[in-house]
Design a binder for this molecule. Structure first.
Ligand code: UDP
Length: 471
């Protein structure tokens, strides 16, 4: 896949070498790794740096990429986040240990490059820039202390980032006192449509602090990258572009599903869970076009037992075929008498999501609205039933229904769960009642996403600008 030009590979003109540092979670690794592939295709050397625990436990599809992966310690080499005593412990230890070990990693890469003149793997290109996840603002200090360029990469939507920015700068005081929030470039949000750490101020204090702290030093970053494409969030991107040198570089699905310009870029390469690919795809292969509801709550969220049961019975009540991802650690919450592999449903622990969404049998995506899942559905033209649980998913669901108009939100009963009748009604709305309208909208986003990454498209130009800045 790596196609560096010979002029940058040889002699005086060394390639820029970026070290890309995602937060160690599937939804953060995927977009940053995909962006790395775009950089590699433009002659930049990219090294993905992840934590020791993730590096040990991930499934790496070696066949589809030559990207190099290095590891550094977050202080929890045996169990990652699960090994920490609390959210506070993880965030604080990651900052303290990660600052040191990331610095050592970069120094080691540069030393081995200096000493190892024949070593083609590192190609003697010293690290010139750090592209770090917004969740880890301390990585900018690492970059600056080493005299490197620092670019922050935000994996949440610009709208969500804008909310956190306003909170961090004291422009949106918490707890919210009004029933609505109006910020530049965003639609009027009900308080309940802001990210959960904002609407439910005081919940998950360490994670709240982490998302707000993304903006403590953003003014010192040399570049601010967003995992969206301009057309998705024009107004708020324009507003942000007045403050920082921004680039909208998404969507970050493998090229195969978008512009097709990167040879061999067919999957996300790193899986933290093992997908049941054959089982899913052969099952889907027997189903008629547009007949299947695909359901997933992503890689992290812990769904309440109550919500899990309501979704289970809601799916069954529709009488549509359904393919439901229930992670192994969540399976215990399935109702005891729920038929998980008979009737019209198939439950698996992890699916090849992109292949599933791209399959003609898939008619609708019941999603927790993690940003990757939402964007993947938009890029593959699949309308959604939004069942957000917490964090940015709440605001993403608002956008799915009211801004991008590619789905419906399942209303929550009181503060607890979307009921089975609501789940059923929303699925019928997407699969039957509003099927044509939502499908047309989703298809139109699919077209815009492809254009954005195609030659001369908005994201293509932003990536070129970023590479020029590296040079
Ligand atoms: N995913 C997958 N298989 C699954 C469920 C999810 O490959 O069975 C991928 C999905 O394609 C997406 C990522 O995992 O790229 C989840 O990211 P998202 O932002 O949607 O949610 P998160 O897991 O961060 O809550």
């Amino acid at each position: 896949m790596e196609r560096a030009s010979s002029s940058t590979k040889s002699g005086k003109g060394k390639r820029p070498h970026v070290i890309v540092v995602p937060y160690p979670a599937q939804g953060h690794i995927n977009p940053m790794l995909q962006f790395s592939k775009r950089l590699i295709s433009r002659g930049v050397k990219a090294t993905l740096a992840t934590t020791v625990f993730v590096a040990k436990s991930m499934h790496l599809n070696q066949t589809s990429s030559t990207i190099s992966v290095e590891s550094f310690s977050d202080g929890f080499d045996q169990g990652g986040f699960g090994q920490a005593a609390s959210d506070e412990d993880y965030v604080a230890t990651f900052r303290a240990v990660g600052s040191r070990t990331l610095t050592h990693l970069i120094q080691r890469l540069n030393t081995s490059n200096d000493n190892d003149s024949d070593h083609d793997h590192n190609d003697r290109d010293p690290v010139t820039a750090v592209i770090y996840d917004g969740f880890m603002p301390w990585a900018l200090d690492v970059a600056k202390d080493l005299g490197l360029v620092g670019a922050v990469f935000f994996t949440q939507s610009c709208a969500v980032n804008s909310v956190y920015f306003h909170v961090q700068r004291g422009l949106l005081p918490l707890p919210l006192t009004e029933s609505t929030v109006l910020l530049p470039g965003l639609p009027l949000l009900r308080a309940s449509e802001t990210p959960s750490y904002v609407s439910d101020y005081g919940s998950y204090p360490a994670i709240y602090q982490m998302v707000v702290d993304q903006f403590t030093n953003v003014d010192q970053a040399d570049y601010v990258l967003f995992d969206c494409f301009y057309e998705m969030e024009k107004q708020v991107v324009d507003w942000m572009a007045q403050r920082w040198r921004v680039g909208t570089i998404g969507p970050t699905l493998p090229s195969k599903y978008l512009d097709g310009r990167l040879e061999d870029d067919t999957d996300y390469v790193i899986n933290l869970f093992e997908p049941s690919s054959d089982e899913c795809m052969s099952w889907l292969g027997t189903k008629p076009e547009g007949s299947v509801v695909y359901a997933s709550f992503g890689s992290m969220v812990k769904v309440s037992q109550e919500q899990m049961e309501e979704v289970a019975w809601g799916l069954e009540k529709t009488n549509f075929y359904f393919l439901w991802v229930v992670r192994a650690d969540e399976e215990v919450k399935l109702p005891a008498n729920f038929n998980r592999a008979g009737g019209k449903g198939l439950v698996v622990n992890w699916a090849p999501q992109l292949e599933v969404l791209a399959h003609p049998a898939t008619g609708c995506f019941l999603t927790h609205c993690g940003l990757n899942s939402v964007v993947e559905a938009m890029c593959l033209g699949v309308p959604m039933v939004a069942v957000p649980q917490w964090t940015d998913q709440i605001t993403n669901a608002k956008y799915v229904e009211d801004v991008w108009r590619v789905g419906v939100r399942a209303a929550v009963d009181g503060k607890t769960a979307a009921r089975r009748e609501t789940v059923e009604m929303c699925i019928r709305e997407v699969m039957e009642v509003r099927r044509d309208e939502l499908k047309v909208n989703a298809e139109s986003w699919k077209g815009l996403a492809r254009q954005a990454l195609d030659e001369g498209g908005s994201s293509d130009l932003c990536i070129n600008d970023f590479v020029a800045a590296l040079l």
